[in-house]
Design a protein around this ligand. Structure first.
Ligand SMILES: CCCCC/C=C\C/C=C\C=C\CC(=O)SCCNC(=O)CCNC(=O)[C@H](O)C(C)(C)COP(=O)(O)OP(=O)(O)OC[C@H]1O[C@@H](n2cnc3c(N)ncnc32)[C@H](O)[C@@H]1OP(=O)(O)O
Length: 241
């Protein structure tokens, strides 16, 4: 699955809906595995589209968050094997997508990956945190989340946020295929049940608290102080360009 929403693959409602549909198709056509990557030469995904949260239409922003939850359920909780070929920056929601896969290969270069929410004055939702603690040790996750740490490629490898470094996108995809090939001699049902048991606690936490999570998000986007911060953040991103 190749993310292709220039310039930075920010996750807006339309892209999330497309992803959700594609994940359904992959599950339905009984694919063995999926590799998630990006068509951009330098950004895997810039995370959530800030414009979806800025001065939002309430109905749309509710659908936006619900669709994000759905994409996470379908990706994190998939039966099929998932790997991410991270060929560029992966901040926040971009990191969430990569961590929701089972294996991550990142191309070397001046790219960064991490959950930077606290730097934006945002508390990452529990399921973002659960996805991180499913990937790297709890102590490292707490440190990274509280300090909004963006890891460079070497740091990400050292902490286990990524599994391998690749020279370029083709190499990243080849290495993801290498990971997928490891399952050729492992019974598929045993593999998928084991994966889902490992992920069950995080999945159940969001299933049980899904409405509450949505309400927290809706309160968050309707808070005038948050709106002001988003406005300043958007300006800072635009000034940079
Ligand atoms: C107690 C309960 C609390 C409950 C809380 C509930 C919920 C939490 C809520 C939200 C969770 C959010 C998670 C997120 O994912 S927020 C998004 C965070 N993402 C970022 O901060 C990344 C920002 N972008 C960048 O750092 C760079 O763009 C990047 C490194 C990805 C690429 O750099 P590059 O130099 O190539 O490109 P730019 O020139 O910076 O950008 C080009 C263009 O794109 C616009 N843009 C960038 N990122 C975003 C984005 N995330 N959304 C929308 N638009 C984006 C940028 O403004 C430029 O636009 P323009 O100038 O060309 O118009």
């Amino acid at each position: 699955m190749t993310l292709q929403r220039p310039p930075v693959n920010s996750l807006n409602l339309d892209l999330l809906k497309e992803m959700s549909k594609s994940l359904d198709e992959i599950a339905k056509n009984k694919s063995k595995a999926m590799i998630l990557t990006s068509a951009s030469p330098k950004v895997f995904s810039a995370g959530l589209d800030i414009m979806e949260m800025y001065k939002p239409d309430l109905k749309r922003v509710e659908e936006f968050w619900t669709t994000l939850q759905e994409v996470w359920f379908k990706l994190f909780g998939s039966n099929f094997i998932t790997a991410a070929a991270i060929n560029g920056h992966a901040p926040a929601g971009g990191c969430l997508l990569a961590m929701s896969c089972e294996y991550r290969v990142m191309t070397g270069g001046n790219f960064s990956i991490g959950l930077n929410e606290t730097a934006l004055g945002i508390v990452a939702p529990n399921w973002f945190m659960d996805t991180m603690t499913n990937t790297i040790p709890v102590r490292e996750a707490e440190y990274a989340l509280t300090t909004a740490r963006m890891f460079n490629v070497e740091e990400a490898l050292k902490v286990g946020l990524i599994d391998e470094v690749a020279t370029d996108k083709d190499d990243a995809i080849a290495k993801c295929k290498g990971f997928i090939g490891k399952f050729d001699r492992i019974p598929a049902l045993a593999r998928s049940i084991t994966k889902l048991k490992m992920r069950q606690a995080a999945i159940k936490r969001l299933q049980d608290g899904r409405r509450e999570d949505l309400n927290e998000f809706l309160q968050f986007v309707q808070n005038p102080k948050i709106q002001k911060s988003l406005e300043m953040y958007i300006q800072s991103l635009k000034k940079k360009a």
